[in-house]
Design a protein around this ligand. Structure first.
Ligand code: ZN
Length: 267
């Protein structure tokens, strides 16, 4: 089995996780910028985090034979302070020159607030200006449907943004169709408890097909499983899916989307 982990917060994981992922067939891991589990006190905290994502973490991954890529942004959980967001966004253009950066993400909404929406628009502007791919985080639980609709409206209204260059992550049964209908890509997050379980993710694939869709573990500092993608691939095999379908979901699809960034190179 070979696969790409398109969404994992490796700065929170151990070297054992890297080793287990490499043993399971992982060829590349992509790390969106996200919340650290606590609010950073200044833009300087983000400067250090972006340095970690672009300099240190690729070296740590390389020790296990894994390619490491990242996405940059201020996440929606820290976007309530618009002034801080402006300062952080001003740091990003310099880091876009780093060779492992794939685009702007994971931007999006958390509580669907007015300030979050404003910061989302500022970061879509940044992506348009620098011709970057976009990775979007959608809110959890009851706010997901409303938040996904709001995000899709903002993206669709900006004619500079090509839908095939956007991935909307953490889709579930009630949001996947509207994302695919817009021509955007959909990411399913495999979590042991919340988000999609492996069984639910496979049900979604069986309902909506295997075009423009990928799976990720979104493993971070909380309860999550860095091996969720290969485990779900095994579950697909048990349910009778063909090897070529499984490879498409866990390898070819993420490769096709990510290849739109000139920085995504597997060798
Ligand atoms: Zn994430």
């Amino acid at each position: 089995m070979r696969y790409i982990e398109p969404h994992a917060h490796m700065v929170s994981r151990t070297t054992d996780d890297y080793e287990r992922m490499a043993l399971a067939g992982c060829e590349a891991v992509c790390e969106p910028a996200f919340w650290a589990g606590f609010d950073r006190s200044s833009a300087a905290g983000f400067f250090d985090y972006f340095s970690q994502l672009t300099e240190h973490e690729p070296k740590r991954a390389a020790k296990f034979g894994l390619k490491h890529f990242c996405w940059l942004c201020i996440n929606s959980k820290e976007a309530e302070d618009v002034k801080l967001a402006e300062e952080v966004i001003a740091l990003i253009p310099k880091f876009l020159k780093c060779k492992n950066v794939l685009g702007i993400g994971e931007i999006g909404l958390n509580k669907n607030s007015r300030n979050e929406l404003r910061v989302l628009e500022m970061q879509i502007e940044l992506a348009a200006k620098f011709d970057q791919l976009i990775l979007v985080h959608t809110p959890h639980l009851e706010d997901k449907l409303k938040g996904t609709r709001l995000i899709l409206d903002v993206l669709k209204n900006d004619k500079r943004i090509l839908p095939e260059r956007v991935i909307i992550d953490h889709v579930e049964e009630h949001t996947v169709e509207m994302v695919l209908d817009c021509g955007m890509w959909a990411g399913m997050t495999l979590y042991p408890e919340t988000k999609c379980t492996p069984a639910r993710a496979i049900d979604i694939l069986e309902t909506y097909g295997s075009e423009k869709i990928w799976m990720n573990s979104a493993c971070d500092w909380g309860v999550s499983d860095p091996l969720a993608v290969p485990k779900t691939a095994l579950e697909m095999k048990k349910r009778g899916h063909l090897a070529k379908t499984i490879e498409k979901i866990i390898f070819s699809n993420p490769k096709k989307f990510l290849h739109q960034s000139p920085n995504f190179k597997l060798v």
